[in-house]
Design a protein around this ligand. Structure first.
Ligand SMILES: Cc1cc2nc3c(=O)[nH]c(=O)nc-3n(C[C@H](O)[C@H](O)[C@H](O)COP(=O)(O)OP(=O)(O)OC[C@H]3O[C@@H](n4cnc5c(N)ncnc54)[C@H](O)[C@@H]3O)c2cc1C
Length: 384
């Protein structure tokens, strides 16, 4: 029997595997994707300063840092709303920080994690798809798909497959926002200088994240509008984007890699079951409005790593260990979910009654340094 089986060695499961690499434990990490450079569609991940600290400890940050353009520091965030007053700028220097956060590409991050893992003793098995995870009082059975189905057994199964649906005893709650995020890479006429933009429009928020020599665009809209925007010519698409940003950002020059994905809030309750737990997107998938989702998932991995290292081997996966882990994560999870969901309610609506308060909120945030600091902290480190 293995000590821990990690289902999914994506950015979250991979981070957990790295956190456990030096522990005197029998760890197996399984991933359905093929070994080698990650082929999954790329996306811009906004990492908090806290996430950077975690990746530094896991030897992932130095691997990324040596690749030119792989990490883009966000030195300021310009937050505004279309058709309303109220603008705020969060500036790293004012907060005494080198950066408000960092943008990295999913693929580059995954490649750095895979590279770091390949230098450890962790048994990482690619091309292995897990069909189900079911626990008993004694162990967890991890059933693998395939022509001749096999099974692994472990004291604890940690599921970080991005979906959480393979685990028995864990329910997933969904709230559809009725919107999709259209993502793309947008090239500019002038360098971005590390400034990110978040623009609240009547149709939903638009974020521009500086990444390498371009911006990563995350634009919320209805599925119908997204379908039309995906079909537009590059020139028409860029013109529509410029129209939404008004005067705030100019010089959109190129667009590539346009695609969309549905926006919904999904969270598991409970996050632990017999001999198993879900972490990362398997535990909660959030609207990208505040860039909290991945950072929250990474903290799940980090805390799970700590809990596993602290537990005596015979207590691994016990009900009391898992209950303590769930209780420890609860405040951070709930705050992250509530903060993100609250922002979507305040900012992703066209109500004229809300336009004033949200403009006021932005203006006040700009005028009140302590509030701004608290907001910046929440965006950077989470709400715990
Ligand atoms: C389409 C899309 C676009 C996104 N865009 C953004 C964005 O622009 N900005 C942002 O901040 N966040 C974005 N996110 C969210 C971000 O991708 C997640 O927060 C992050 O990927 C969570 O990491 P994870 O490791 O929990 O899950 P994942 O990244 O989903 O990794 C899961 C891993 O598990 C493996 N796996 C899955 N099922 C199985 C199985 N049955 N057996 C074995 N292995 C399995 C997969 O191969 C994968 O490697 C996006 C999410 C999606 C779905």
């Amino acid at each position: 029997m293995h000590d821990v089986v990690i289902v999914g060695a994506g950015p979250v499961g991979g981070a957990l595997a790295l956190a456990l690499a030096d522990a005197d434990l029998d760890i197996v990490a399984l991933d359905a994707r093929a070994a080698g450079p990650p082929l999954r569609a790329d996306r811009s991940l906004a990492l908090s300063h806290g996430a950077r600290l975690i990746f530094e400890r896991l030897d992932v940050w130095p691997r990324l840092a040596v690749i030119p353009g792989a990490i883009t520091p966000i030195v300021a965030i310009d937050i505004s709303q279309a058709g309303g007053f109220g603008v705020t700028q969060l500036v790293a220097e004012e907060q005494g920080l080198p950066a408000l956060g960092y943008v990295v590409s999913y693929r580059a991050l995954q490649a750095a994690i895979d590279g770091a893992l390949s230098r450890t003793r962790v048994d990482v098995r690619f091309g292995v798809t897990v069909a189900s995870v079911a626990g008993t009082a004694i162990d967890a059975a991890i059933a693998l798909s395939g022509e001749s189905p096999t099974e692994l057994r472990a004291r604890l199964a940690v599921v970080a497959d991005g979906a959480g649906t393979v685990v028995a005893g864990i329910l997933r709650h969904q709230r559809d926002y009725g919107q999709v995020a259209l993502i793309a890479k947008v090239g500019m006429e002038r360098p971005h200088r590390g400034v990110a933009f978040e623009r609240f429009t009547s149709e939903g928020p638009i974020a521009l994240l500086p990444e390498g020599d371009h911006y990563g665009l995350v634009w919320s809209m209805t599925p119908e509008k997204a379908e039309a925007m995906l079909a537009e010519s590059d020139a028409a698409f860029l013109a529509a984007l410029a129209q939404h940003f008004g005067e705030r950002v100019g010089g959109f020059a190129r667009v590539s890699d346009r695609r969309s994905f549905p926006l919904r809030l999904e969270f598991a309750r409970p996050t632990v079951a017999a001999r198993s737990a879900v972490i990362g997107n398997a535990a909660q998938a959030l609207h990208p409005i505040a860039g909290q989702g991945f950072n929250l998932g990474l903290r799940d991995a980090y805390e799970m790593g700590e809990a596993i290292i602290r537990a005596p081997r015979e207590a691994l996966g016990s009900a009391s260990m898992l209950a303590a882990f769930a209780a420890r994560r609860r405040p951070d999870r709930y705050a992250g979910i509530a903060f993100t969901h609250g922002l979507t309610r305040i900012f992703a609506t066209d109500s004229m009654f809300l336009s004033w308060p949200r403009g006021l909120a932005l203006a006040l945030l700009d005028a009140l340094p302590p509030a701004k600091k608290a907001f910046t902290r929440a965006m950077l480190f989470g709400i715990s």
